[in-house]
Ligand binder design. Structure first.
Ligand code: KIV
Length: 271
């Protein structure tokens, strides 16, 4: 494979340029080859191989159980499909917190073994040394503030974060620290719109929101949620663009009926 063929057209500089030009950035998750091929061909700017794979792919209640090996597997499946989008792989719980050398080793594994374009990790000042260590190795890092699902046991709820002044001030400070430490972008999850808009104005790097209102530089959604594959998950911020749960259920029921009745396969479907 030539060097050129591994370089995808959306880069960190292109994303920075989009913020400067006021051009909104589209981001979506994917975890496998077939889905990544579809969302990339549709023209998405960033594909996030999110640790939400723990929920939507593996069926865990939280994102905590997913391992570095599992994230690398999903990352590899996605990058094989992608020609244009910037691919970011989430660093899983336990692969970077409290130990900058471990963080660098985990990020290097992700970059080498998945051929992704960057990594994402959750937290502010608590993980700053890990972020500095990873960016010093030339690896693009995306931050993630607000609702950080890897800390669910500390928060105790998936409710809106930073509604109070103290938490909002900390979030603004964390966003500035992340940007100064070299993060190329920051995800803000489930925080008040006014706070997200303020952070977006005050930091020079692209800010991507999920449940953070319209004032950010871009939006991210979990692909299974926006395609309506998960009927049980209906937060206020989620817009469903399809009802794949119904479409897939009806298709499978139709197939079962055809098999049971002997209608499938017909003579044109046989050798
Ligand atoms: O893992 C994930 O899908 C995420 C998004 C919700 C931003 O981190």
């Amino acid at each position: 494979m030539s060097v050129e063929s591994t370089v995808r057209p959306v880069t960190t500089s292109r994303l920075a340029e989009m913020k400067q030009n006021g051009e909104k950035i589209s981001m979506i998750t994917s975890y496998d080859f077939s889905m990544a091929k579809i969302v990339d061909a549709a023209g998405i700017d960033i594909i996030l191989v999110g640790d939400s794979a723990a929920n939507v792919m593996a069926g865990y209640e939280t994102t905590l159980p997913i391992t570095l090996d599992m994230m690398i597997y999903h990352g590899r499946c996605v990058t094989r499909a992608v020609k244009r989008a910037f691919v970011v792989v989430d660093m899983p719980f336990g692969s970077y917190q409290g130990d900058p050398k471990l963080a660098l080793a985990s990020a290097v594994r992700i970059m080498k073994e998945t051929e992704a374009d960057g990594v994402k990790l959750e937290g502010g000042v608590e993980v700053l040394e890990s972020i500095k260590m990873i960016t010093s190795a030339g690896i693009p890092v995306m931050g993630h503030l607000g609702l950080t699902p890897q800390s669910i046991h500390q928060f105790g709820t998936y409710g809106v974060r930073a509604k109070g002044e103290a938490e909002a001030e900390k979030l603004i400070h964390d966003a500035q620290l992340l940007s100064q430490a070299g993060c190329f972008g920051i995800v803000l999850e489930k925080i008040p719109s006014a706070l997200a808009a303020r952070v977006t104005r005050e930091v020079p790097v692209p800010v991507i929101g999920i449940g953070a209102g319209a004032g950010t530089d871009g939006q991210v959604l979990v692909v299974h949620d926006m395609l309506g594959m998960n009927k049980g998950f209906s937060p206020k911020f989620l817009r469903r663009y399809a009802d794949l749960h119904t479409i897939m259920t009806e298709a499978v029921e139709h197939y079962i009926g055809d098999v049971k009745s002997g209608d499938f396969p017909n003579e044109n479907e046989c050798y």
